[in-house]
Design a protein around this ligand. Structure first.
Ligand SMILES: [Zn+2]
Length: 90
């Protein structure tokens, strides 16, 4: 059997498969890859573990104070940029 799956392709496919968005046409090739590739076997185990951790987190709404702080930071940055632009043009 010819196996042309590259490690980067495999890992991209694996991420998609975690999201259940994997294209099925080459699934057999991809499934065969980590059998012969230690790197991808370990990488996929890590990806799955972190994916499951992420998936188990409750949906988090950013606290209001944090939103205000982020908004303030953006506004401050915009004001700063405007001020330095004015300075640059004289
Ligand atoms: Zn690999």
């Amino acid at each position: 059997m010819k196996n042309n799956v590259r490690c980067s392709d495999y890992q991209a496919w694996f991420m998609d498969s975690l999201r259940e968005a994997s294209p099925s046409s080459r699934a057999a090739e991809f499934h065969a890859h980590p059998v012969t590739c230690d790197e991808c076997r370990m990488a996929s185990a890590e990806l799955r573990a972190s994916w499951e951790t992420f998936a188990n987190l409750p949906p988090l709404e950013p606290p209001r104070a944090l939103q205000e702080k982020a908004r303030g930071a953006v506004l401050a940055l915009m004001a700063e940029e405007r001020a330095s632009a004015r300075h640059a043009t004289g």
